[in-house]
Ligand binder design. Structure first.
Ligand code: FA5
Ligand code: MG
Length: 448
């Protein structure tokens, strides 16, 4: 075909993002609603609660030791996002249902760890902080949004430059120099599964123990700072405020790029909330980054989760609001962190629930149904594309398989509610009608 080379270079095979041109292929799955938000960079927007939270956490990591990076480009290679961190090829995080792809080798970063290896390779400081927007295809509810913000941190020590090559002694000395806190920590040292979280081959037990202690103290100081500021703001709002006993705990976790690994959880509104992942950096990452004599820790913390605790912000969509009733509440805080106030919610507008029930295409409900396997994130994205931030949550409330035909039926309830005004029933109906149509057109379902 004489036209084939012409056809493959038609404009539609390229996409322009953030001033760069990318070749699309059949991995491309980035909807315009996400692409259009890439430029927002809430973590550096003056007086935005995400930016305020970043600044408070940064204040606990002195800039003489930690270099701050707040402007890394959001589009990275799969090498940076996955391979450099030791993600196995079949890791679910790599799939199109979980990650936004531009093409087979290019993604919107799913975590700030995507930049770890590059910064270790620069070898320009003993520590670093990286704050950035990250992207994940995910559920829709009050604590999940497809774009959120993380802060990555790492601290390393070099066998070649510490006195006598004694890493453990050097780290314990730095640990002793850290401030103390009087927060109660439940499970400061949870037991570690020997296969999932072994001591790394190139590490001595006392080295890993010292690094873990330095990591945990550094993070506990962050949490203590956040809670003391949150408490002050609560007392300012209500002088009779009686705080609940703050509870935090360390739990064992697994990451391909740290061992041993921990998550930190905070007891909040009746439940344990995970706020960060952390651990002793996999020595292979250091070796591949050309700094094999360095050893240290890393963590990644969710800035929205911390900001929600700090300001008592009830819904993650609020962070994206351009409404003055939201933004004006934080003005001036970055010039004077002591003026930080609790968020005062504006009135809640009525919810509008709409249900949709459908049969999945038979090929997608059967095992190994070709390339058309159904994934819940596909529904989430269709709803989000149409309803945008006017959707509060999407919940599956029924599911069954027909005993004879083997076909599967699903029912979802969508809650249409704006944070900024009352939606009319007509508006909700028209969103819902579009959702129903798109489910048929894009997923090939049969409406019931
Ligand atoms: C990570 O992303 C690891 N890169 C963290 C890490 C870094 C571990 C360095 C070890 C060393 P995880 O997927 O658990 O891990 O996310 C880390 C934090 O991001 C979570 O604890 C949570 O606070 C936040 N987070 C994760 N998913 C969401 C979401 N959908 N919405 C809001 N915050 C989220
Ligand atoms: Mg996690």
């Amino acid at each position: 075909n004489p036209f084939s080379s012409f056809l493959t270079t038609t404009p539609s095979s390229k996409v322009d993002l953030q001033g760069q041109s990318y070749e699309k292929d059949d991995w491309f799955n980035l909807p315009p609603t996400i692409a259009s938000q890439i430029a927002r960079k809430l973590h550096v927007q003056k007086d935005h609660p995400i930016s305020i939270t970043r600044a408070i956490i940064e204040s606990k990591f002195p800039s003489q030791t930690y270099k701050y990076h707040n402007d890394f480009f959001p589009i990275v290679s799969t090498l940076q996002n996955f391979d450099s961190l030791g993600f196995p090829l079949d890791h679910p995080g790599r799939s199109k249902t979980d990650t936004y792809y531009i093409n087979k080798g290019t993604v919107l970063r799913t975590h700030t760890s995507a930049h770890q290896a590059d910064v270790f390779r620069r070898n320009e400081s003993e520590g670093f902080l990286i704050s950035a927007d990250v992207y994940r295809r995910d559920a829709i509810d009050r604590s999940h949004y497809p774009i959120f913000h993380q802060m990555e941190a790492a601290r390393v020590w070099d066998r070649k430059t510490v006195p006598n090559g004694d890493i453990a002694a050097a780290v314990w000395k730095d640990m002793e120099a850290l401030p103390k806190h009087n927060m109660t920590v439940e499970d400061p040292n949870p037991p570690m599964h020997p296969e999932r979280n072994p001591l790394q081959k190139k590490h001595l037990e006392d080295e890993a123990a010292a690094i873990a202690a330095h990591l945990k103290r550094s993070l506990e100081l962050v949490v203590a700072e956040i809670f003391s500021r949150a408490k002050k703001a609560a007392i300012m709002a209500n002088p009779d405020f009686a705080d609940e006993q703050l509870k935090v705990r360390w739990v064992e976790a697994y990451f391909p790029f740290t061992s041993p690994s921990w998550e930190l959880e905070i007891f909040w509104q009746g439940d344990w909330l995970e706020v960060l992942g952390s651990g002793v950096v996999a020595q292979d990452i250091m070796t591949n980054a050309g700094v094999p004599s360095q050893i240290g820790w890393a963590f990644g913390i969710g800035l929205e989760r911390i900001a929600m605790l700090l300001f008592e912000i009830p819904d993650i969509r609020l962070f994206w609001s351009q409404d003055e009733r939201f933004l004006s509440q934080f003005r001036g805080v970055m010039d004077n962190l002591d003026s930080l106030k609790r968020f005062v919610p504006f009135s809640k507008y009525p919810a509008c629930y709409k249900d949709v029930a459908f049969w999945l295409r038979s090929s997608s409900s059967a095992a190994g149904g070709g390339g058309s396997t159904f994934h819940e994130n596909d529904i989430m994205e269709i709803v989000r594309d149409i309803g945008g931030d006017n959707v509060e949550d999407v919940v599956k409330f029924d599911e069954f398989t027909h005993p004879k035909s083997g076909r599967k039926s699903l029912c979802y309830r969508i809650n249409y509610r704006s944070l900024e005004r009352t939606l009319t029933n007509e508006e909700a109906n028209s969103y819902h009608e579009e959702v129903r149509k798109a489910l048929v057109e894009k997923l090939g379902v049969e409406l019931r």
